[in-house]
Ligand binder design. Structure first.
Ligand code: ADP
Ligand code: MG
Length: 218
């Protein structure tokens, strides 16, 4: 199995090569083609199995196609919202988006929305035109309360490491966020483990997700 089977663009292929991604992991093999079918997905695979790239790769390809069709001057609207449990994971995900889109001729704008950094700076970056927001829920709601960002254009909603987001505070924040983003969107949920609580959170987001599981292979 090689990344060639996914018919990826030469720009993305080059980035994968530069980063030593030679063969897709099991979860990537299953998830990448499924994302393209526009269905909701609930994917479970153990930590370290490459879940990040399994959503980053197909999303980047979709945005790239879209971007090349678009008129140059138009300000970019947020198309992807990723929620992650911690600042560190948020930064890692944003980094993966930026590393794998490094060779795109029209660069994508990726903004991390996390606590501990100036909210004004994050807002400014978003307002300049932004394709992808990777956020922790608390800071995202702070930004939303300022009413200066438009989340009505979201096409992809990703919840990463869902099993690390089970506390009541997060569930309430998720409810708030779900009220704001469009109902019509593709939902991609990732978790290292399944539990009734993970399934409960997933059911708030989507009831029609296809379940993808990988046993213990990486
Ligand atoms: P998970 O979210 O499942 O815990 P990550 O997405 O964080 O796993 O990936 C774990 C590590 O594996 C990262 O350092 C990532 O860069 C690397 N990785 C992911 N996919 C591949 C691949 N196909 N080939 C080589 N390395 C990969
Ligand atoms: Mg992960």
């Amino acid at each position: 199995m090689s990344f060639d089977t996914f018919n990826l663009s030469s720009e993305l292929t080059k980035a994968l090569e530069k980063n030593n991604y030679k063969t897709p992991t099991s979860i990537q093999t299953k998830v990448i083609p499924l994302v393209k079918t526009k269905q909701d997905i609930m994917a479970q695979a153990k930590t370290g199995s490459g879940k990040t790239a399994s959503f980053v790769i197909p999303i980047l390809e979709a945005l790239k196609e879209n971007k090349s069709e678009k008129k140059a001057q138009k300000k970019d609207k947020i198309k992807v919202l990723v929620l992650a449990p911690t600042r560190e994971l948020t930064l890692q995900i944003a980094q993966t988006f930026s590393t794998l889109s490094k060779f795109f001729s029209k660069p994508l704008s990726i903004v991390s929305v996390i606590g501990g950094e100036k909210i004004g700076d994050q807002l400014l970056k978003i307002q300049k035109g932004c394709d992808i927001v990777v956020a922790t829920s608390g800071r995202l709601l702070d930004i939303i309360s300022k009413k200066q960002i438009d989340l009505g254009t979201i096409e992809y909603f990703v919840l990463d490491e869902a099993d690390k987001m089970l506390d009541l505070g997060f569930v309430q924040e998720l409810d708030e966020i779900l009220k704001i983003i469009p109902k019509q969107r593709q939902n991609l949920l990732f978790s290292a483990t399944y539990s009734p609580k993970v399934i409960d959170i997933a059911s708030k987001i989507t009831t029609k997700a296809i379940k993808v599981e990988v046993e213990d292979a990486s």
